[in-house]
Design a protein around this ligand. Structure first.
Ligand code: GTP
Ligand code: SPV
Ligand code: MN
Length: 592
């Protein structure tokens, strides 16, 4: 399938290590997909769903100990620890190859090794990167086939070029004690062993498109970010694009494909989805920041997805979807908590056990049928609001960058940073908070800079420096905002209705970028006056709106102190500009 010497040599070498019975070179064709599915149906790796109700859909259950990314087993492997930085687990490349090599040794005996050439980004785009993944999991092949552009054309495009990411994966025995997710940024290599699910195993996603790509991006002068990309078509038909970084499970998929609420729809607003998880952004010759979504599908959280929260997602998963760890119903369809319709009277839960809604555990808590991180994998083209620009080699120009997390308190619905440098500070110190509803205490927060804490492939201090430098290189840098859909009242209820209504905030953001809307200057940044948000058709009391837009100074003094403590943990590579931003904010908020 290819004459590329570097590919052939590497595949041979890895086959010698893993010792598969067969090696299959994936061409990415439909026939190949059908064959692989048939094989997986026979072994039980996949279950065929009801083809009348869910055409082209299949179902998979993972091992019980393999349900999400394992950050504690994820490493950046560089000769010097300083290059991995204070936020990453670190190993030397020698140790890493030795440890994982022992697990890979013979791990594919009795199995087939699949060789998958894939492109992150449109094939042939100067933005795109090519990878080759080896795996012993059909489930992984079928997921990668959806999530990336995978198959022979990628080899054709690669030709004799040696510039590709070497991605070795084996589920081995799925033992957590023998699981390692290793990144070698200096060798453009990823080794992942002992897991078969999600970001651990679909190596084009978090491993290549964020950890390895962030390292490349710094060297090559661009940005690889954990961001959704969406187009907002205004009543005149003009489309502005925004990129937004929220930590995992904080609402990227939902925002990326939102449906405008009635009032704004009537005004003529429309949303176009470009991506829901990853953005690669470059400065183009016009001095603006342009973004592509390197992925070709969505790997979205199932629980909570229903016709009210995300009607587009409900529509797109009706066909050609791989469902993982949801409830299997007797009629060969699926269900999850927070999904449409009643829970089925009976079904099979994500662990393969008979399940019904009334089941409780030892503590009397209801037993969930679907795993909280159960997901759907679906081709990008299934999304009813998909943008026609997803195949554009230069992507879309970004007008605004938005940071956000789950904050029960402190962070207002939206605020605008004063300038790029302040915006980088806002991103660098952003956090997500566990709510009282879940854990009984307010305020337990984790700082998650730019939502990249688990995904930055190098020293986070250098990453902040890179963000600052990027701002200087742009003639028209995007404005930077912070949002929070998750603020709670005293009774732990969300103050803001969220979901589609979030477009009211996005509209304000875009109008601010055009210089059309009023704002109030506060110590933390510019906030909208209640009257400058379009609330047509939304029944929210003026008190609630005021509460969700309020900046509580004593709370913010605590917040800023905690931001300062976080900056202290970054060490010597923290850019002095961010320390200055801290000092300035501390002064404005009355801390000094
Ligand atoms: P990853 O795929 O893990 O990166 O997650 P994501 O950021 O795409 O998160 P997703 O959109 O799947 O949302 C996760 C959770 O947030 C779901 O339970 C949603 O119901 C909830 N959520 C999303 N948007 C909102 C909102 O505006 N308000 C509220 N209250 N909840 C929301
Ligand atoms: C995330 O955890 O941010 C995800 C899911 O998008 S995974 O692909 O498993 O990383
Ligand atoms: Mn994600």
């Amino acid at each position: 399938m290819t004459k590329n010497k570097a590919v052939l040599e590497w595949v041979n070498e890895m086959a010698k290590l893993c010792k598969p019975d067969h090696v299959h070179w994936c061409d990415g064709s439909l026939e190949e997909k059908n064959q692989l599915e048939e094989e997986a149906f026979k072994t039980g790796e996949l279950i065929k769903l009801n083809q009348e109700k869910l055409p082209g859909c299949v179902f998979h259950r993972t091992a019980i100990n393999d349900v999400a990314r394992t950050e504690d087993l994820t490493f950046i492997c560089t000769p010097y620890q300083e290059d991995a930085g204070p936020t990453n687990n670190w190993m030397t490349p020698e140790d890493a190859y030795a440890k994982a090599g022992a697990i890979f040794d013979g791990s594919m005996k009795g199995r087939t090794m699949y060789v998958m050439p894939f492109s992150m980004g449109p094939i042939g785009s100067p933005f795109s990167k090519i990878g080759v993944q080896l795996t012993d999991s059909i489930y992984v092949v079928l997921n990668m086939r959806i999530m990336t552009r995978m198959g022979k054309t990628v080899f054709d495009h690669l030709g004799e070029n040696e510039d590709f990411t070497k991605c070795l994966h084996s589920k081995a025995d799925l033992d957590v004690k023998r699981r390692l997710i290793l990144h070698f940024p200096e060798e453009n290599t990823i080794w992942s062993v002992g897991s078969g699910y999600g970001g651990n195993a679909l190596l084009g996603k978090k491993c290549l498109s964020l950890r390895i790509a962030s390292y490349m991006a710094r060297q090559e002068g661009w940005l690889a970010e954990h961001m959704l990309i969406m187009g907002v078509e205004d009543p005149t038909g003009y489309i502005e694009y925004i990129a937004a970084a929220f930590p995992s499970a904080c609402g990227k998929t939902n925002l990326a494909m939102l449906i405008p609420p009635e009032g704004l729809k009537r005004k003529g607003y429309r949303i176009w989805t470009v991506g829901d998880d990853i953005a690669w952004m470059r400065i183009d010759s016009d001095g603006r920041l342009w973004a592509i979504n390197p992925e070709n599908g969505f790997f979205g959280v199932a629980p909570g997805t229903n016709s009210k929260t995300n009607p587009n997602a409900v529509e797109m998963v009706k066909k050609d979807t791989i469902y993982t760890n949801v409830v299997l119903k007797p009629d060969g369809t699926v269900w999850w908590e927070g999904g449409d319709g009643q829970a089925p009277e009976e079904g099979i839960d994500w662990q393969g056990r008979p399940w019904k809604p009334s089941l409780v555990d030892e503590k009397g808590e209801p037993i969930k049928g679907a795993h909280p991180n159960s997901r759907f994998t679906v081709p990008i083209m299934n999304c009813p609001t998909i943008s026609n620009r997803v195949e554009y080699h230069h992507g879309v120009p970004i007008t605004a960058i938005i940071f956000g997390g789950k904050r029960a308190q402190v962070a207002p619905l939206v605020y605008e940073s004063f300038n790029w440098q302040h915006g980088v500070y806002v991103g660098a110190t952003m956090a997500s908070e566990r709510t009282a509803a879940q854990f009984g205490t307010f305020g337990e927060i984790r700082r998650d800079p730019m939502a990249m804490l688990p995904f930055c492939g190098y020293n986070i201090g250098d990453y902040f420096r890179h963000w600052l430098e990027m701002g200087k290189r742009m003639q028209k840098p995007p404005k930077i905002f912070h949002v929070n859909w998750f603020r709670l009242d005293e009774k732990d209820k969300f103050l803001w209705p969220g979901y589609g209504e979030n477009l009211r905030v996005i509209e304000w953001i875009i109008e601010r970028c055009k210089g059309n809307r009023e704002a109030v200057e506060t110590p933390i940044g510019y906030l909208p006056q209640p009257a400058s948000l379009d609330m047509t058709g939304l029944d929210l009391s003026p008190e609630t709106l005021e509460a969700v837009l309020s900046v509580n100074i004593p709370q913010w003094q605590e917040e800023v102190k905690s931001q300062g403590e976080f900056l202290d943990t970054i060490g010597s590579r923290l850019p002095v500009e961010l320390r200055q931003e801290y000092e300035a904010l501390a002064g404005r908020i009355g801390l000094q």
